[in-house]
Design a protein around this ligand. Structure first.
Ligand code: CA
Length: 241
């Protein structure tokens, strides 16, 4: 049974969500402010969090940021009010996986919860993703979302970490754009294969010595991309530590 934490300060919405999630057989935890919510998140390790943006005591943004900074990787679904488009983008940037806008359709929200849990279970299955990666003078810790070159922090977005992690977990294998869309973006509405290409370009700019002549993140024309395995000094499998 999947455990879902709902953090929402509007009592009617909180109760409605909790009742309906329980009807769908989820184990449901609730909190009505950000601080209590974060504490539950930390101590109970839910499989998914539904997180309102505007909350007393600690905002949804801060809860999300803090959870990610502390290495918590469960999917986070943000609830935003109509007209908070800027906030949605900021929410996705700081580590939320998806958002729905209030007033939302219950059926749609439940469908997204199912999809997020499905994707998350697929990603964590069988330890198939590497925990860290080192090549040249670059070191990357995927669990902490930290990247460094020669000891200096490399700024990378959450999606860039996820794209790189997926590819570097399959060194030498061709990965199609569709595969990356499916595993990294899932059902999110806006991305296209061009989104994938843009992330690859951006990763090259950050990781390759010459972005125009990549030696790690290679293009396989007409098919997709691959992470070349011949330069990797050391790959730790998730189970190694
Ligand atoms: Ca609120």
């Amino acid at each position: 049974m999947s455990r879902v934490l709902v953090i929402e300060d509007e009592a009617a919405i909180l109760r409605g969500l909790a009742d309906n999630l329980r009807l769908e057989s989820y184990d449901v935890l609730t909190a009505a402010d950000g601080e209590t919510g974060y504490e539950l998140l930390r101590s109970q390790k839910p499989d998914l969090v539904i997180l309102d943006l505007m909350l007393p005591r600690m905002s949804g943004h801060d809860v999300c940021r803090k959870a990610r900074a502390n290495g918590m990787e469960m999917p986070i679904l943000m609830l935003t009010a109509r007209g908070q488009e800027m906030d949605r983008v900021a929410g996705l940037d700081m580590g939320a996986d998806d958002y729905v806008t209030k007033p939302f359709s219950l059926a749609e929200l439940l469908a997204r919860v199912r999809a997020l849990l499905r994707r998350s279970n697929a990603n964590t299955g069988a330890g198939e993703l590497i925990a860290s990666l080192a090549f040249e003078d670059v070191e990357i810790d995927f669990a902490k979302y930290e990247a460094r070159r020669a000891g200096r922090v490399l700024e990378m977005t959450r999606k860039e970490f996820q794209v790189l992690r997926y590819m570097a977990s399959r060194p030498g294998q061709v990965v199609t754009r569709e595969e990356l869309l499916e595993t990294v973006w899932g059902y999110e509405k806006y991305p296209t294969t061009r989104t994938v290409d843009n992330h690859i370009l951006s990763l090259r700019a950050k990781l390759e010595r010459q972005a125009g002549k990549p030696v790690h993140l290679l293009t396989v024309h007409g098919v997709g991309y691959k992470w070349a395995d011949n330069f990797v000094k050391n790959i730790l499998r998730a189970g190694d530590k």
